[in-house]
Design a protein around this ligand. Structure first.
Ligand code: N01
Length: 555
């Protein structure tokens, strides 16, 4: 392996590295740091002009962390960051998260190995060389033994194909591709499509400024009070002091959060006791509703109904107009679409300048230059905000569409199912590792911590190859098959697969439907550690065929 301080060799038009990383978001940044610390030469490519990934792109009004919150939406690999960074709110706003990530990049001098504004348009495996070659849109070519795809679980925008949408002449923005220049809603009639987390965060903010907001809702949603709170200097001092113990708690928790586990089941309590607990959690707000409520909400229809009824009553209590409140009633199992936290979303419908349109009653027929036309009417608008989500989990890998052995494309490999082993590797794609890919806990786990843990495993696997003189590691089809069955088997014990959501791929027309996240929580990390302990059970290795110095000739 080349040392991190040694410049990469450039033979004509191709650069050589030990590892190429695609993506400079939370995962790609840690990947770079970790692999560099191991002594590898590393190059990162990212289409954005700076670090941050999802936090660089999602700048829409109201965007903020909604998980259990800062100071825990952060890296844990060093105490240093915790010691020197002050968080101001429990659910940091997007600019604060981005500032933190920029600080991390400064602190670890990450940018010197990242090439920004560089879109990787091709990645293909060269069997003779046992290496990956990536080509960027600007014509840069690089070869590497390892390809780390830190391409983001929620980064390929879902742009709806609605007749006439391209003819609309007003401003159009997708929340996940929000402009860097300020967007003014003042005096404008704004239509918003989408009431997932992004729409529900953005709508109250847009409504404060716009002349009128028309919300085009396809699926009514449950949303819970965000309960965002300031973090005082005393809170920060305490968090710093306890960070070691907090980290241990995060590792022990099924979702990677610093919360005590519990065994409470909703159906063990009387309806009155359940309601009292829900009230208490509603008052407090935050993701604690799910982490500290009852454990059977996602598995028992009855338990689920008890919470769904509670939230529907809350919506009726908040929204004054009865007809609007009824349109806002969700009818799917609560929590089986990604839970949403809101900052005054339902209250927004009490404003005079907000109209809700139920697309199940009046579907969108088309856009004109100046309006959106539904089955029952025409709504003149000046601006369209698409909060329509993402081709999630597998979408960014498919957009990259790497070509593995025999030139096989990932699109072909994944035509009917997102075949993978341990959520990180794919048969036919040796030495390619995905972070937060299908088959991993991904979005069901504290994502910065999940990325650290996956990358630590990947680093050890790379060490194993080096120590044994191996050139490649690759999953077997049998291990992929068994892993796929394990993932769907765990999901089948829950209500999750029974609702259409981006978790099941149902939001993207034509996408194979299947629940692709590993729902076993922290058990996943035990599983991948066991595989490593058993000499990487389920993988095959090839001897290294070339010494480092042969690469120039081969490429
Ligand atoms: O996307 P979504 P999102 N016509 O897919 C609707 C994370 N996140 O960007 O439900 C009409 O959830 C679609 O309707 P339906 C978080 O994990 C985190 O909001 O498919 N409507 C839905 O209402 C989140 O879950 C934060 O029927 C159409 C909406 O658009 C994930 O990102 C903040 C449509 C899409 O909702 C994605 O959230 C924000 C069409 N053709 C997001 N197509 C944090 O706070 C789609 N819709 C950390």
């Amino acid at each position: 392996m080349t040392s991190q301080n040694q410049p990469s060799r450039n033979s004509g038009s191709i650069e050589h590295y030990d590892a190429v990383i695609i993506g400079a978001g939370v995962s790609g940044m840690y990947a770079l740091h970790h692999l560099r610390e191991m002594g590898l030469s590393v190059r990162v490519y990212d289409g954005a002009s700076d670090v941050g990934g999802t936090w660089w792109y999602n700048r829409y009004p109201g965007a903020r962390v909604d998980g259990p919150g800062s100071p825990f939406y952060c890296y844990t690999f060093t105490d240093k960051l915790m010691e020197e960074w002050d968080w101001a709110e429990t659910q940091s706003a997007q600019p604060a998260v981005l500032a933190y990530l920029e600080h991390v990049a400064d602190e670890f001098d990450l940018r010197r190995d990242i090439q920004f504004e560089t879109w990787v348009q091709d990645a293909r495996y060269d069997e003779a060389a046992q290496r990956w070659t990536v080509t960027t849109r600007t014509g840069v070519r690089a070869s590497a033994q390892y390809l780390i795809c830190a391409v983001g679980a929620l980064s390929t925008a879902n742009l709806p194909d609605i007749p006439g949408i391209k003819d609309f002449s007003g401003e159009t923005y997708h929340t996940g591709q929000w402009p860097h220049e300020p967007v003014s809603f003042k005096g404008k009639r704004v239509a918003v499509i989408g009431t997932g987390s992004s729409g529900i965060q953005a709508i109250p903010e847009i409504a404060k400024e716009a002349e009128h907001v028309t919300v085009l809702q396809r699926t009514a949603q449950y949303a819970f009070p965000a309960g965002n709170r300031p973090i005082t200097p005393d809170d920060m001092a305490k968090a710093r002091k306890e960070f070691g113990a907090t980290r241990e708690k995060m590792i022990a928790h099924p979702g990677g959060f610093p919360v005590d586990s519990h065994e409470r089941m909703a159906m063990d309590y009387t309806p009155e006791e359940r309601r009292a607990r829900y009230e208490e959690l509603w008052e407090r707000g935050s993701f604690m509703f799910f982490l500290n409520g009852f454990n059977d909400i996602a598995t028992s229809e009855e338990a689920n109904a008890s919470l769904a009824d509670f939230v529907r009553d809350k919506i009726r209590g908040i929204v004054r107009d009865k007809a609007t409140a009824e349109m806002l009633m969700p009818d799917h199992f609560v929590m089986t679409k990604r839970p949403i936290l809101d900052n005054g979303y339902f209250e927004t419908y009490n404003r005079d300048n907000v109209t809700l349109v139920d697309l199940r009653e009046e579907p969108i027929e088309r856009f004109t230059e100046t309006s959106v036309v539904t089955a029952s009417g025409e709504y003149p608008i000046d601006m369209l905000v698409l909060a329509t989500g993402f081709d999630a989990i597998s979408g960014s890998m498919l957009r990259l569409n790497p070509k593995g052995r025999d030139g096989m494309s990932l699109k072909d490999r994944w035509q009917d199912r997102f075949h993978n082993y341990l959520g990180m590797t794919i048969t036919g794609f040796p030495n390619l590792f995905m972070i937060h890919g299908p088959g991993s806990p991904g979005v069901f786990y504290n994502m910065p911590l999940g990325a650290e843990r996956q990358l630590d495993w990947i680093g050890k696997c790379m060490d194993h190859l080096r120590e044994h003189g191996m050139g490649t590691v690759e999953a077997t089809t049998e291990s992929e098959e068994a892993w796929g069955n394990e993932v769907t088997g765990i999901a089948s014990f829950t209500l999750f697969p029974r609702t259409d959501s981006w978790w099941t791929g149902a939001n993207i027309p034509g996408k194979p439907r299947g629940f692709s996240a590993y729902l076993g929580g922290s058990l996943y990390y035990q599983r991948i550690a066991d595989v490593a302990d058993k000499d990487y059970e389920g993988f095959v290795f090839e001897q290294a065929r070339h010494a480092d110095d042969d690469r120039d000739r081969i490429a």
